[in-house]
Ligand binder design. Structure first.
Ligand code: EPZ
Length: 434
């Protein structure tokens, strides 16, 4: 397993360009299953999860061409397998996003139950309940969801999500595009990635209104065509680099981003004293006098509030703030694993159920630590950048899942970071990620 060796204490300075949003590219790739025509996606991030998604689509019988590194041409005309196997789903739970499209286009699908992950149980009961409301029969057989649409076609329905679920909204929205009649999604997720998917689907001929609000209406159509679409910038990668610049007291220009997709994050970081200026609609300038960083409380909630995917990064920053910060995680039941690793670096964080109390300011010093999930990895990298001495982060395959070219992007900003490859199977070379 690869490791990162980081020597902290250097201010990040310069420019960094943001890649396409992993959590938009994943459902958009799955949406290509809804049509026999070619779907072309631009600005697809070069990260492990999208390589997994590509393999999954190819296993189903689709063809995926990449004429350029970040352009995917997907054609699902010859899909003849309707099963997402456990060995893929267990490595990436977002594989469940093929369930809705397969069910809608072919009337059947068999997808391994994803199981939990480090941050929580991650059930998909709300996805399945919605498909049943649309007339699908859902059976659980040997750890697989076996779904069938009666007479091969789903029926539109009114669906209220008891909890806001991002991939649940996306999965059902995709299925509803080919259903008979109208589907209304209530308490739908409002994340920008949902809106980006809806934009692609409408380009394909779907009839979706209200994406980005809590009520989405979909008029089913007989069939969808191919389309071309550019994936939105990754708002969580953007927030991660803002925090990395801030914690090192640096000055960084962040390009190819979409500031309006992370207003809650920018607002909260400005409250702590981070200077964030919008130079133009796709560029932010970040500067921070880290000596005067102020502690602030935050609660994670569905979009447009402060995202759970920025909680770990914010926690790392608050270790350098003057005062006590209270961080409340309301989305996932086990998303504080990074706190213990941050404490190994010298932080003082106490966990009490859904709340973490960060006692700042603490001096961080390098140590060996272990990454547990994608955003926890980012949190450890951020802390290591400001810790004195060397930090060795193990299991960095987690970060490769969602951060493109992270070593080179940080090195180009002046960070002293290197990847130590220990495994014989070198994912980096395999995926050509550097
Ligand atoms: C998406 O996961 C993202 N992943 C996650 O990003 C993100 O953290 C999460 O949304 C919340 O914003 C992708 O988009 C691929 P949910 P998702 O369904 O859709 C419960 C990252 O770091 N729930 O919105 O799986 C669930 O347990 C990843 O990029 C049910 O109870 O999350 C959680 O408590 C991590 N039943 C809450 O809802 C269901 O059927 C929100 O989950 C579905 C969800």
């Amino acid at each position: 397993m690869d490791k990162f060796l980081i020597r902290g204490g250097r201010q990040l300075k310069g420019k960094v360009s943001i890649s396409g949003a992993k959590n938009s590219a994943l459902p958009c790739m799955a949406a290509a299953l809804l049509t026999p025509e070619t779907v072309i996606l631009h600005n697809v991030p070069y990260v492990r999860d999208l390589i997994t998604q590509r393999r999954l689509l190819e296993d189903l019988g689709a063809t995926v061409l990449t004429p350029e590194l970040r352009t995917h041409k997907i054609n699902a005309a010859n899909v003849n397998v309707f099963e997402a196997p456990y060995h893929l789903v267990k490595t990436m739970r977002a594989s469940v996003l093929v369930l809705g499209p397969l069910l809608a286009r072919f009337g059947k699908a068999k997808v391994s139950l994803p199981g939990g992950c480090a941050i929580g149980l991650r059930p998909i009961d709300l996805h399945l309940k919605a498909f049943e409301a649309m007339g699908a029969s859902i059976e659980i057989e040997a750890g697989n969801v076996v779904a069938e649409a009666p007479k091969g076609r789903l029926k539109g329905a009114e669906i209220y999500f008891e909890k806001v679920t991002v991939t649940g909204t996306e999965n059902v929205m995709m299925a509803a595009t080919l259903a008979e009649g109208k589907t209304v999604l209530l308490n739908a997720a409002r994340e920008p990635e949902v809106s980006d998917l809806a934009e692609l689907l409408n380009k394909m001929g779907a009839r979706i209104k209200g994406a980005g609000t809590e009520k989405i209406e979909i008029e089913g159509v007989e069939g969808l065509s191919g389309a071309e679409h550019t994936i939105i910038p990754d708002r969580i990668e953007t927030g991660t680099y803002i925090v990395a610049a801030a914690i090192t007291g640096g000055e960084v220009e962040i390009t190819n981003c979409q500031p309006k997709h992370l207003e809650a994050v920018i607002s909260k970081l400005k409250e702590t004293g981070v200077q964030i200026e919008e130079l133009n609609p796709s560029t932010l300038f970040v500067k921070c006098d880290v000596e005067n960083l102020r502690s602030k409380d935050v609660i994670t909630e569905p979009y447009p509030c402060f995202p759970t995917d920025m909680q770990a990064q914010f926690m790392a920053l608050m270790t350098q703030a003057n005062g006590i910060s209270k961080i409340t995680e309301t989305i996932f039941e086990n998303r504080f694993i990074h706190a213990a690793e941050l404490n190994r670096l010298g932080a003082k964080i106490e966990i009490n159920g859904k709340t973490a109390i960060v006692y700042g300011k603490t001096k961080l010093s390098g140590a060996p630590v272990i990454a547990s999930d994608l955003r926890a990895s980012a949190s450890l990298v951020i802390a290591a950048l400001c810790a004195s001495g060397e930090t060795l982060i193990d299991r960095v395959y987690h970060i490769d899942r969602g951060y493109e070219n992270v070593v080179n992007k940080l090195r180009s900003l002046g960070a002293d970071i290197e990847r130590i490859t220990t495994s014989s199977v070198n994912f980096v070379e395999e995926a050509k990620i550097t």
